[in-house]
Design a protein around this ligand. Structure first.
Ligand SMILES: [Zn+2]
Ligand SMILES: [Zn+2]
Length: 413
């Protein structure tokens, strides 16, 4: 017997309706903000991610699913941003449109140790707005994330924001941290001692209590930001305030990827536990488009984890099921006739099904109940002769004999 590989899940039909609900709500909301759907491939050259996320990023170091074919190394995409920027540049969208707003929905792959809310194939709903550095765009993107969570009926989340500043500011900040943490090096956890040399900003969001205490003692503020970046961040905060988007500022929020600059944010939720309490995250990546061969231009995006949204949502939206009509033929003649009727209903946009296994009336009724059929049509010899069907309204518990000529009208009224 084959089993699915650890960290993957079968999303069975019973659960698909809440996935569809989340997706439907997202599509509706993204379109209100004029974001257009984009579907890049799930597989890319591995180098794209090394270049975008940075060689030191944990994802690149340990978590990519790689496929080697002769000289070429491919990766199953671990995130969406790099692919979308690649698509933006490769398809010359910078030249034809300039400013473009995209959203995407789909699976991502990371070689994780499977645990609650953390999978090897997981799903992101995300967006990228490419072609502007305006702080108002940061406000749009963060408030859109807030609106999405509300639309999913998720409560109790916190939006945490920070600014990493421009590349210069990041460099200065890294230098400042190197000096400030130098004396504390022996007290940092093993991971952070490695980060000190490779990706020093990551020390700020280490979950280790000892590291946290050391970082808190640094009393970090936004002192590393240049005037322009400080002003932009002020504008973002004010814009959020004006729109009533609650948020906290945390100087320790850094995100692990090289491509982030300027505003970064994370959406935390208590049900997910301290190790991975983010429903989603995002930020600006003003250097990435150029880094991948495009023009120098600003961009910002975020991604929400669908599995995590479903853990956090008390009453996730669901896509309403089509009203099902269930046909129960009694006897061989009725069976032949039932198949034609089934075809007619479907041609008239009525969702319909039957039982091919010639169960007893009782067995077939039970099946109709399990399928949550709205109507059951019983065809026996009597009905065949009269060209009628016995139509049972399952919710009302009433039954009525309906002439077949009026059936479609009766069922769709
Ligand atoms: Zn700056
Ligand atoms: Zn640490």
């Amino acid at each position: 017997m084959f089993k699915k590989i650890p960290g993957t899940r079968d999303i069975l039909p019973d659960h698909v309706s809440s996935w569809q609900g989340i997706e439907d709500v997202s599509r509706r909301l993204f379109s209100l903000y004029n974001y257009k759907e984009i579907r890049p491939p799930l597989i890319e050259e591995a180098g794209l991610f090394n270049r975008s996320l940075g060689d030191a990023a944990e994802i690149v170091q340990k978590q990519m699913f790689l496929i080697q074919k002769a000289e070429d190394v491919y990766a199953l995409r671990p995130e969406g941003t790099a692919s979308i920027v690649r698509a933006y540049v490769e398809n010359n969208l910078d030249k034809t449109a300039g400013f473009e707003k995209f959203f995407y929905i789909g699976p991502m792959f990371r070689m994780e140790r499977p645990q609650k809310g953390r999978l090897r194939q997981f799903h992101h709903i995300g967006c990228e707005a490419i072609g502007s550095r305006a702080p108002e765009l940061d406000v749009e993107v963060i408030s859109m994330a807030d609106n999405l969570l509300r639309a999913f009926s998720i409560e109790g989340y916190t939006i945490v924001i920070n600014s990493l500043g421009c590349a210069e500011d990041r460099k200065h900040f890294g230098g400042f941290l190197k000096d400030a943490l130098n004396d504390h090096l022996p007290a940092l956890c093993e991971d952070c001692r490695v980060r000190y040399g490779r990706n020093i900003l990551r020390i700020l969001d280490c979950k280790n209590e000892g590291c946290k205490a050391i970082v808190n003692n640094l009393s970090l503020q936004n002192a590393h930001l240049c005037d322009v970046c400080r002003d932009d961040f002020e504008q973002v905060r004010n814009g959020l305030k004006v729109l009533g988007v609650n948020h906290e500022v945390s100087p320790c929020l850094v995100r692990g990827l090289d491509y982030y600059t300027g505003t970064v944010f994370e959406i935390k939720h208590p049900t997910l536990g301290p190790q991975q309490d983010a429903l989603g995250a995002g930020g600006r990546y003003d250097n990435l488009v150029k880094e991948l061969g495009g023009p120098e231009t600003g961009a910002i995006g975020f991604a929400l984890g669908v599995e995590r949204l479903l853990l956090a949502a008390q009453n996730p939206p669901v896509r309403p099921a089509a009203k099902l009509v269930y046909i129960i033929p009694l006897g061989e003649d009725a069976r032949q006739h039932g198949i034609i009727l089934l075809h007619t209903l479907r041609k008239n946009n009525i969702s319909a099904d039957t039982d091919y296994e010639s169960r007893s009336l009782k067995g077939a009724m039970r099946r109709a109940n399990d399928l949550k059929a709205c109507y059951v049509l019983i065809i026996g010899d009597d009905e065949l002769k009269k060209n009628t069907v016995m139509c049972k309204d399952m919710a009302a518990g009433k039954q009525e004999e309906i002439p077949e000529t009026g059936l479609v009208e009766y069922l769709t009224r």
